[in-house]
Design a protein around this ligand. Structure first.
Ligand code: TRP
Length: 334
């Protein structure tokens, strides 16, 4: 017996990094045995900011799929699928937009932050409404658990509101989802900024080579007060330390002492971390190699997943249409 159903996913806007791993991918891999899992590659959502560059999607969708397979999502256990091919999600988005007001979206904290970040004076209808579409992603398959990074929590709260509203307006057919945030929450960037992010250029990608990892870590920001090798360090303000805590917890106590007493230098501390992260990424590299050698496997997995997801969408939509009195002919149209 499964404990419930998961839906989560990512926008295909580039390779996934360690921040994605600690925030959400780790939970997905661990929970895929106990939960029926649906993983969405949100290509339409990627277009909310990248609509001028749809030509990037075919490659980006496969890149994300490969990252999923590399971290150990098992297509036998997790249904990996493509958002734009599930027309039930588009339908649900439209239905939900009938009772969601523009002001609620305008005041959504994530929308506000992102609009500022992208420098939007005005924004598209699709961008403003993407939380509605994300609620459709989650609810089209009646997921009850959504493993996500901390920044996504407001969107899951919003999806819960939509579900409650729908169920009370029409009929109680939808399921209220809960967010599940990774234990580590947020991973700092290599530059010391609060968040690892592709757009900030401070990320270690799951697909980085061992050499790239070594190089990136060798350039990471450390304790700015530690100018000389003989100066004592302050681990609590050091980026490299923040990673040791997550990926190398057993040695943190010893390393703290060695850093504070200047018995280890930053160069060695970084070498140690690069080794640990490369050991961590190695099994992913091995899994990835199989799919890189045979990309058709990836497409086949996405096709099968998309077909499976559509079945769930059709089940939900027939209930939604019935609840909304939109089932005039008592028949489903493909
Ligand atoms: N907005 C998410 C992100 O940027 C991606 C996403 C799309 C998602 N649909 C979802 C996450 C549904 C969880 C559930 O990372």
């Amino acid at each position: 017996m499964k404990k419930g159903r998961i839906l989560t996913g990512d926008r295909p806007t580039g390779p996934l990094h360690l921040g994605h791993y600690v925030g959400s991918l780790k939970n997905r891999v661990e929970l895929q045995d106990d939960y029926e899992s649906f993983i969405i590659i949100a290509d339409v959502q990627a277009l909310t900011t990248n609509f001028e560059h749809p030509e990037q999607l075919p490659q980006a969708v496969r890149q994300v799929a490969m990252d999923y397979l590399a971290v150990g999502l098992d297509p036998e256990k997790s249904t990996i699928f493509v958002q734009s091919m599930i027309k039930e999600i588009a339908e649900l988005t439209i239905f939900y937009s009938m009772f969601i007001t523009v002001n609620v979206l305008r005041h959504n904290p994530t929308i506000k932050t992102e609009a500022k970040q992208y420098g939007y004076q005005d924004m598209t209808y699709g961008f403003l409404g993407y939380p509605v579409s994300q609620a459709a992603d989650i609810t089209f398959c009646k997921a009850d658990l959504v493993p996500v990074g901390a920044d996504q929590v407001p969107h899951i709260e919003f999806a819960r509101k939509i579900v409650r509203r729908f169920n009370e307006l029409y009929k109680p057919v939808l399921v209220e989802p809960k967010a599940l945030v990774g234990e580590v929450g947020r991973l700092v960037g290599l530059d010391g900024s609060a968040k690892m992010s592709k757009s900030l250029g401070n990320a270690i990608y799951l697909s980085d080579s061992a050499e790239a990892v070594r190089k990136k870590i060798s350039m990471a920001v450390t304790d700015p007060a530690r100018m000389l090798r003989t100066d004592p360090g302050h681990p609590s303000v050091c980026t490299v330390f923040a990673y040791h805590k997550v990926f190398n917890p057993e040695v943190v106590a010893d390393l703290t002492k060695e850093c504070k007493s200047a018995s280890i230098g930053c160069v060695d501390c970084k070498k140690l971390l690069a080794q640990v992260i490369n050991n961590f990424l190695e099994p992913m590299r091995e899994r990835r190699a199989k799919y890189q050698a045979n990309p058709k496997l990836v497409d086949d997995i996405l096709i099968a997943g998309t077909e499976r997801a559509r079945e769930e969408g059709q089940k939900t939509m027939s209930q939604v249409r019935e609840a909304m009195c939109l089932d005039y002919f008592g028949k489903q149209f493909e």
